[in-house]
Design a protein around this ligand. Structure first.
Ligand code: PEP
Ligand code: MG
Length: 586
């Protein structure tokens, strides 16, 4: 009876997998005390003292951040450490601090109140943004504000833990994540955050498993509760039973074994046993991921989603800003190639004030927007061309639905080239141009489009939603969004065959390219390039290197004859189980 009353129930919470690995251990609830700030009036004679107090708090914050930056540089390298440089830059922002000091003097208010109010304004704006990236960066601003406030109130920072633990928190700033990693951290679990959050980026760099976006995990976990965190599947299990623990220990052993086998793959080509070579590249959203992409052994970047520079912004970045960004990526990846996709804005990726449309996925999106704004398009094309001097850059157009769009876009590239020539600005005159095949109409005319360009890249994320008429983001019809629908597979065969008949290579940068269950099929259909999320790259390479092209072709032929998605999946699952029993698939 006693046992039954005290027995804790197992609770499973689903979140977003942010850094791979499985951890089992006690929770440590990391609670940050949001500073309580009161508005206080001060006398004029007190302003000097108040300003000094603020100056000291800012100086202490700079010193703390300087140390964190140094630690990050040593432990993670310059690229990842840039996060902390950005925070130091906020502390050095003279416009912001002139305004803060000015308000203390003029409004005769206490420093805490003015800091909270003034930095809080930026923070609130960023938090309210529709764009996930901007929302994530709001953490930096919040971190800087809280750091100053803590130093104003002369409080110490908690960063020491007893023993090893899974950190559970509502949110973790970049600095928290890093500072806590000096302890024996088994994993991180947070209520909020996406895959691009700093917790996620840093956890990956630190090789600590993490799951973010767990909604209310910090409210239901208590200190020292036993926890399992599965950074592959994005699950956290509270108070697991012995049976569950055993299951996850076995899963962890399986993965560790599997990862060991992947370790030696980085320098090896994605080539089948009978010598058929394909390109295995990575998709990239943010420059911070470049180091990881390199570590995973990518042949290059098959898709850089340049619109990430726009999301949530009021205005387009200038040509110069874009140029700096593209050049940084091209230089870092050099001598490997990078395909920069021109802005794919619209659909579900918006700037600060999106145009209201009743059906944005069928509306003003991708190349349609850019062709309607040739002055903005020209700026982007000039920036990409200017970043191409080392001859490792290609351009790709998204959401193409007819050949005229490609011809018009190519004309603009020619215009951009003539302008740059006149300005004596160098670029790669032979820069390659490609088209994404993600609208069924483009798939049907793939052979004609191929004559206009050097490569085609299949965007299955959109192609599937348009082909089957299922919104890719709608849970209600998620069952109908079928990667292995026979219509999808037959369509893919058509695109690949027609493209290659017109002498271009055909790649895929949609999520399907990174699904291990699809690898043999895509290989057998003749796909030339796979561009995948960096996490799965070694796994895909392992599969490619372990099969014969001949057998992949036979598999594709068999699968093309099947009539339902279930049949296709059963077939592929059976092959995987037999050939790759160590690869965890669903
Ligand atoms: C796609 O549609 O498959 C694709 C790669 O583009 P995005 O996911 O950015 O729409
Ligand atoms: Mg797309």
């Amino acid at each position: 009876m006693e046992e039954a009353l005290t027995k804790k129930v197992e609770i499973v919470v689903k979140g977003i997998p942010a850094s791979p690995g499985i951890a089992i251990g006690p929770a440590f609830l990391f609670q940050k005390h949001a500073p309580t700030i009161f508005e206080k009036s001060i006398g004029e004679e007190e302003t000097k003292r108040e300003v000094e107090r603020l100056e000291q708090a800012v100086a202490r914050s700079q010193k703390e951040l300087g140390k964190i930056l140094e630690f990050a540089q040593q432990k993670l390298g310059d690229d990842t450490a840039k996060i902390f440089e950005a925070q130091l830059m906020i502390l050095e922002d003279t416009v912001l601090f002139d305004s803060i000091y000015g308000r203390v003097r003029k409004e005769l208010k206490n420093a805490e109140f003015v800091v909270e109010d003034e930095i809080g304004k930026y923070h609130r704006m960023m938090v309210a943004s529709k764009d996930e990236y901007t929302r994530e960066r709001a953490n930096d601003v919040e971190d800087v504000r809280n750091r100053i406030l803590r130093n104003l109130q002369e409080q110490k920072l908690i960063s020491r833990l007893e023993g090893s633990s899974v950190i559970v928190s509502q949110n973790l700033t970049a600095a928290d994540t890093l500072i806590l990693s000096r302890n024996d951290v088994l994993a991180y679990a947070t209520d909020i955050g996406g895959v691009t959050s700093h917790t996620a980026l840093l956890a990956r760099a630190l090789k600590i498993p993490a799951v973010v976006g767990l909604r209310n995990i910090s409210a239901i976990v208590h200190d020292a509760d036993n926890i399992i965190l599965d950074g592959y599947g994005g699950t956290v299990i509270l108070n697991p039973s012995n049976e569950t623990i055993k299951k996850y220990e076995a899963k962890r052993a399986l993965y560790l074994e599997f990862e060991k086998k992947l370790a030696g793959l980085r320098e090896l080509p994605a080539e089948t046993l009978d010598g058929h070579r394909v390109e295995l590249s990575a998709n990239l959203e943010f420059e911070q991921e470049l180091e990881f992409v390199h570590l995973q052994g990518a042949d290059g970047i098959g898709l850089y989603r340049s619109e990430m520079l726009l999301i949530g912004k009021e205005v387009f970045p200038s040509e110069e800003e874009q140029f700096q960004q593209y050049k940084l990526i091209a230089d870092t990846v050099y001598p490997k190639p990078v395909i920069i996709r021109t802005f794919d804005i619209g659909g579900d990726k918006f700037m600060a004030h999106p145009v209201k449309e009743s059906n944005p996925f069928l509306g003003w999106r991708g190349i349609r927007v850019m062709l309607d704004r040739p002055e903005l398009f020209l700026e982007q094309l000039r920036a990409i061309l200017r970043a191409s001097t080392r001859k490792n850059v290609s351009i790709m157009f998204p959401m193409v639905s007819n050949i005229k769009e490609v011809r018009n876009a190519k004309k603009l590239i020619e215009d951009a080239k003539r302008q740059l020539e006149a300005e004596h600005k160098p670029f790669d005159d032979k820069l390659k141009i490609g088209v994404m095949i993600e609208v069924p109409a483009a798939a049907v005319i793939a052979e004609d489009l191929a004559k206009e360009v050097s490569f085609l890249s299949i965007g299955t994320n959109d192609l599937i939603q348009y082909l089957i008429a299922v919104d890719r983001g709608n849970d209600v019809v998620a069952d109908l969004y079928q990667e292995f629908h026979p219509a999808v597979i037959r369509f893919l065969r058509r695109i690949i065959e027609r493209g290659q008949k017109s002498d271009v290579w055909v790649g895929m940068c949609g999520e399907m390219a990174g699904d291990p269950m699809a690898t043999m099929l895509l290989l057998g259909l003749g796909l030339n390039e796979f561009s995948v999320v960096p996490n799965v790259l070694p796994e895909i390479k392992k599969i490619i290197r372990a099969v014969k092209y001949k057998e992949a072709k036979k598999l594709a032929k068999d699968v093309l004859a099947l009539e339902t998605e279930d049949e296709v999946k059963d077939y592929l699952r059976a092959v995987m189980k037999k050939k790759f029993p160590d690869i965890p698939i669903e």
